[in-house]
Design a protein around this ligand. Structure first.
Ligand code: GLU
Length: 553
C-alpha cells in the first residue's frame, strides 16, 4: 500500500471512493447542442435581482436547447447561512415564475423537497459524496491535509510581504505539502484540525486559455495555489463542491456571475485533477446601477432595488419583470419585441453573443414603462384581481377597503383604459392605493384638510361654495358627455365665468374667471387633487351618491 493510499484510508476510514457513482448518477443522454444548466444560489441572504436574472438566463438557454435546468442549493458555508435562506430564494423564484425541471422544490419534507435522480440537490446533504472524491484525490497524491493554523498562515503572509513574494499557500510556501504520513498521523492523533488542499500542478508564469461563452476567448494566469477543497468542518469549499456536482449532475453549461471568473483556472485544474471534462463556462456581467455619470454594481446593502422581494412588495407584475430582464439579457430583444408585440418571450432566440460582457444597466424608469404597457393590456377583471391579491398580502388595509365594494374597485382601476390610447398610470400594484386611493371614501375623507389650498388661487371661499352648490343641483352622472359639458357651460354663464377660454381672453375684466377654474373647483371637491382622470369619466365611475356627497361636503 502506498503512503498516499494509506493516508487516504487513515483520514477517511469510511468506505469509498469505490461507491459506484457511475451507476448512482447515470450519464444523461443529451445530444449535441442540448444544454443542461443550473442555478446554484447560496442561502446567505435575500435573493438579489441579479440572481433572478441569472436564474432566468439558465432557464432560457436550457429550455431553448431542449435541455433541463436544475436548482441546487449551495449551503456549505454554515457560518454565513441565514435562517430560512433557501425558502426565501425558492419563494422569490416562484414569484417571478422561473421554474426548474429538477432539484430543490418548495415542498416541505426532510431537508426540503426535491425532484430528480441526481440528488440530493442541497450540498449540505452531500457530504459523503464530496469526501469520497477528496479521498480519491488523496489516494492519487493530488491532495493533502494541511494543519496550518490561522496564526501560521498570518506569519506566512508577513514573510511573503517582507520578501515581496506573491501571497498564498503555494509552491515552496506550502509547508504541509511534504508532511510524511507519520507526521500527519501524529498531528491528527493529537486532535489538530486540518483542511484538505489541492496539490496544484500549476507553475508560476504558466498561462491557461479557455473560451468563455459570454466573454469570448480568455487567457489567464494558471492557478498555482494549493486551494482548500475540504474545510475543517468536513464540508467542501465552493470550488470543489461545484466541480463534483456539476460533473455528476450532468451539467453541460455553467452560466454564473462573473465574480467567479477569476477562479475559473482553479476550477479547470480541479476538473483535470479529477480526470473529468469540464463543462463550458459563461460568466454573466453584473446588473449595474447608474450613479451620476458612472455605473456601479447594485449593492445588497445600499440599494433597495437590489432585492428580488422589492419588486414583489411594490407589485411589479412578474411578466413585466421577466420582460425587462430579457431586455437586459440580449441587446436585440427590444427590436424583436417591437416586431412581435404579442409573442411569448419564450419564442425569442437567446444567444450568448448578444449578452453584454461589461454589465447590464438597471433602469427603473424603463422597467416602469415596460410594466405600464403590460398592465395597459390587462382586462378589467384581471387587473382588479391582481391589485386585490397584491393588496391582500402587502396592504391588507386597502384590500379591506376593496372588499367593501369589489365592483367599484374594478371600475376605478379600469377608468379610461378602453380608449384608443389607454391610460397608463399603473406601473405596479402599489400604484393602486397610491394613484386611485381618493376614489375610495375612507381614503378620501382621511385627506380632507389638505384640500383648501388646491382651489384656484385667489378664489374666495364663497365663490367655491357657490360653484359647488349650483353644480350639485344639476349634476347627473347619467348625462352623456355633451349634456354634461353644456351643464357646466350654463353654470359658468350663471355665475359670471367665461364659458370657454377664448371668450375669457378677449375680455378678462368682464369675468370672475373661466370654465377651467370652475372644473378645477369641481375636480378638487371630488378628487381632493388637481390632476385626475377625465372629470366626466371620473364622475360616472364614482356614481350618483358619492358625487352628491362630495359636492355637498
Ligand atoms: N453558490 C454560488 C453563488 O451563489 C454559485 C455560483 C455558481 O453558479 O456556480 O455565488
Amino acid at each position: 500500500m502506498s503512503d498516499d493510499f494509506a493516508l487516504a484510508e487513515f483520514l477517511f476510514p469510511e468506505d469509498g471512493p469505490e461507491a459506484d457513482y457511475e451507476s448512482l448518477y447515470p450519464r444523461r443522454a443529451v445530444s449535441e447542442g442540448v444544454m443542461v444548466t443550473r442555478f446554484a444560489p447560496s442561502p446567505t441572504g435575500f435573493l438579489h435581482i441579479g440572481g433572478v436574472y441569472t436564474a432566468l438566463i439558465n432557464e432560457r438557454f436550457a429550455h431553448q436547447s431542449g435541455g433541463r435546468v436544475l436548482l441546487r442549493i449551495e449551503d456549505t458555508d454554515r457560518k454565513r447561512e441565514i435562517e430560512k435562506g433557501a425558502e426565501m430564494i425558492l419563494e422569490a423564484l416562484s414569484q417571478f415564475r422561473v421554474f426548474f425541471d429538477e432539484g430543490v422544490t418548495a415542498e416541505a419534507g426532510e431537508g426540503g423537497g426535491e425532484t430528480g435522480v441526481y440528488g440530493p440537490y442541497r450540498q449540505s446533504l452531500r457530504g459523503r459524496v464530496y469526501r469520497d472524491h477528496v479521498k480519491a484525490l488523496i489516494r492519487r497524491g493530488k491532495a493533502y491535509p494541511s494543519f496550518a493554523t490561522t496564526g501560521e498562515l498570518e506569519e506566512l503572509r508577513r514573510r511573503q510581504e517582507a520578501l515581496g513574494a506573491d501571497p498564498g499557500y503555494y509552491g515552496e510556501w506550502a509547508l504541509d505539502r511534504d508532511l510524511t504520513f507519520e507526521e500527519i498521523r501524529a498531528k491528527a492523533a493529537a486532535g489538530a484540525p486540518y483542511v484538505v488542499r489541492l496539490r496544484s500542478p500549476g507553475s508560476p508564469g504558466e498561462r491557461v486559455g479557455y473560451q468563455d461563452l459570454i466573454k469570448g476567448p480568455l487567457e489567464m494566469q494558471a492557478n498555482v495555489q494549493d486551494v482548500v477543497i475540504l474545510k475543517t468542518d468536513g464540508l467542501p469549499t465552493y470550488h470543489f463542491a461545484h466541480v463534483v456536482d456539476d460533473h455528476w449532475m450532468g451539467v453541460t453549461h455553467v452560466l454564473r456571475a462573473d465574480e467567479w471568473l477569476a477562479s475559473a483556472p482553479v476550477h479547470l485544474q480541479l476538473f483535470e485533477a479529477m480526470g473529468w471534462a469540464p463543462p463550458q463556462y459563461g460568466h454573466i456581467a453584473p446588473v449595474l446601477k447608474a450613479e451620476g455619470s458612472s455605473r456601479r454594481k447594485l449593492s445588497k446593502r445600499k440599494d433597495p432595488e437590489a432585492a428580488a422581494s422589492y419588486y414583489a412588495e411594490l407589485g411589479f407584475p412578474e411578466e413585466a419583470v421577466r420582460e425587462y430582464l430579457m431586455m437586459l439579457m440580449n441587446s436585440n430583444y427590444e427590436e424583436w419585441r417591437m416586431e412581435r408585440p404579442d409573442a411569448p418571450l419564450e419564442e425569442f432566440p437567446v444567444s450568448f453573443d448578444r449578452m453584454s460582457a461589461g454589465g447590464a444597466l438597471l433602469d427603473m424608469n424603463k422597467l416602469a414603462d415596460v410594466s405600464k404597457n403590460f398592465i395597459a393590456g390587462l382586462s378589467k377583471e384581471d387587473l382588479y384581481r391582481r391589485i386585490y391579491d397584491w393588496a391582500r398580502r402587502y396592504r391588507p388595509d386597502f384590500a379591506d377597503i376593496l372588499d367593501s365594494d369589489p365592483g367599484y374597485g374594478a371600475e376605478v382601476f379600469h377608468i379610461e383604459r378602453e380608449a384608443a390610447s389607454p391610460r397608463k398610470d399603473i406601473a405596479k400594484w402599489a400604484d393602486g392605493p397610491e394613484v386611485f386611493g381618493y376614489f375610495f371614501d375612507s381614503v378620501f375623507e382621511g385627506a380632507a384638510e389638505a384640500r383648501g389650498p388646491l382651489y384656484p388661487e385667489g378664489m374666495k371661499d364663497e365663490d367655491v361654495r357657490a360653484i359647488l352648490r349650483a353644480y350639485a343641483d344639476v349634476a347627473d352622472v347619467a348625462d352623456d358627455k355633451n349634456a354634461w359639458m353644456e351643464k357646466i357651460r350654463v353654470l359658468c354663464d350663471g355665475l359670471g365665468y367665461a364659458r370657454d377660454k377664448k371668450t375669457y381672453k378677449k375680455a378678462p375684466e368682464a369675468y370672475k374667471g373661466q370654465i377651467g377654474d370652475v372644473t378645477m373647483v369641481i375636480r378638487v371637491a371630488l378628487a381632493g387633487r388637481r390632476t385626475s382622470p377625465d372629470l366626466y369619466e371620473m364622475m360616472r365611475v364614482m356614481g350618483r351618491e358619492r358625487v352628491a356627497a362630495r359636492l355637498g361636503a
